[in-house]
Design a protein around this ligand. Sequence first.
Ligand code: TYC
Length: 127
Amino acid sequence: MPRSPDRRRPATPLRAAGAGTPTPDAPTTDAPVLKPGTEIKAERPRMWKVVLLNDDFTPREFVSAVLRAVFRLTEDQAHRVMITAHRRGVCVVAVFTRDVAETKADAATEAGKAAGYPLRFVTEPEE
Ligand code: TYC
């Protein structure tokens, strides 16, 4: 599925002064130039939640089995997540980088679809 770029991240990485030699065809005007020796700290990538949604049709045992297979939860963890979604409507399964969260949510949703169930997992950014 196509997705839009994350606009909250700066498009241009920070460069320290002297880190690269400007060339005539490489504009440097919008690249922040830092004093030599300035410490550059990388930000941690934003993390994404995988959220399990309740429905009225998917059998509980099937939900737990998918949680174990796709998210590597133990039997006890899978049961707790499943029963929380069943009672409250939603439950956070785990948190990953965006790509991993989307891949796992899609795989888990597809496992339900392949078995004829409306089971759904969605992703959302943390914070
Ligand atoms: N509510 C479902 C039932 O009663 C079980 C279920 C639990 C389905 C959690 C989805 O995310 C879910 N069979």
